[in-house]
Ligand binder design. Structure first.
Ligand SMILES: [Zn+2]
Length: 70
């Protein structure tokens, strides 16, 4: 199941969305984006907790998984 995190949930106004196949991958991608774009490095414990709470399941992927045709 694919996962995603919207950076805008943590940094208001940012449109970046991290995509990955599991939680660890999206967290790593978002962490990289935050240090490069927002200069947030290292992430505070509070921010790490926030990042984890913002992990979402990619709903489009779930919809596409249904059987096609009859
Ligand atoms: Zn951002």
């Amino acid at each position: 199941m694919r996962r995603l995190i919207s950076c805008g949930a943590l940094v208001p106004g940012c449109a970046f969305i991290a995509h990955g196949t599991d939680g660890a991958q999206v967290v790593r991608q978002l962490t990289q984006h935050m240090s490069m774009i927002h200069g947030l490095e290292p992430l505070s414990r509070e921010l790490q907790t926030k990042v984890h709470s913002c992990i979402e399941t990619d709903a489009r992927e779930a919809g596409a998984a249904r059987h096609a045709g009859m």
